[in-house]
Design a protein. Structure first.
Length: 225
């Protein structure tokens, strides 16, 4: 595997970004009252994911095998879209890379608060990452604690090399300073939902990445369910 050509350069959404008004795009009726604004429309996500796929293929171009590891549940949409783009590239290049997929479930949020307890719930037997190049695919890195814990957890399986891609990285005061290898967007410290990111399991069925409002937080609070 070549050294990363892309560094971890990404699209930066500034703190004063007001987002797009909800009625400029299509939002499911059932969420109309629960959102503040649209931070990243799905079309822009799609364009950025295409470029991440290219950067990843360039770096992994000479690898013999790649295990793409999806962090559930929030990572499923990014994972599916990223893999589609990687597959497209893979059928058009000289040094195509065989890819297998695996899943892992990680949980650390209740309402919009992170808890120190990170649960890592295996979905598959991870023995098949031993000796392999692994690409972890995550929806969002916030404090960085979850990813650092996951990386530590994976060490026991002795992968050859592990790289991490996260669609979003939040600028958070409590950050450990951890940065994934491939980042889609760096975003302000606001709670976002959509494109499979949830608030207590709601909003995964929203296409754009949006900011939840106070009404939405109350309506879907853990204790209200
Ligand atoms: N949205 C959803 N899940 C999250 C977030 C967020 O803003 N930050 C950390 N996990
Ligand atoms: Mg996640």
């Amino acid at each position: 595997m070549k050294a990363s050509m892309a560094g971890n350069d990404c699209v930066v959404i500034p703190d004063d970004w007001q987002g797009y008004k909800l009625d400029l795009f299509c939002i499911p009726k059932h969420y109309e009252d629960d959102l503040e604004d649209i931070m990243i429309p799905s079309g822009l996500i799609d364009d950025r994911v295409e470029r991440l796929a290219r950067n990843i293929c360039q770096d992994f171009g000479h690898a013999d095998h790649l295990v793409a590891l999806c962090v559930l549940k929030g990572g499923y949409k990014f994972f599916a879209d990223l893999l589609d783009k990687i597959k497209q590239l893979n059928r058009n290049i000289e040094h195509s890379v065989p890819i297998s997929i695996d899943f892992i479930r990680v949980k650390s949020y209740v309402d919009d608060q992170t808890s120190d307890e990170v649960q890592i719930l295996g979905v598959d037997n991870l023995d098949n990452i031993t000796g392999k190049n692994v690409l972890i695919v995550e929806d969002i890195v916030d404090t960085g604690k979850t990813m650092e814990r996951l990386l530590k957890h994976l060490e026991q399986y002795k992968p050859k090399r592990v790289r991490v891609t996260s669609l979003l990285v939040k600028r958070t005061k409590g950050s450990t300073g951890y940065r994934p290898d491939y980042i889609g967007f760096e975003i302000p410290c606001r709670f976002v939902v959509g494109y499979a990111l949830d608030y207590n399991e709601h909003f995964r069925d929203l296409g754009h990445i949006c900011v939840i409002n106070e009404k939405g937080k109350k309506k879907y609070a853990a204790e209200a369910m």
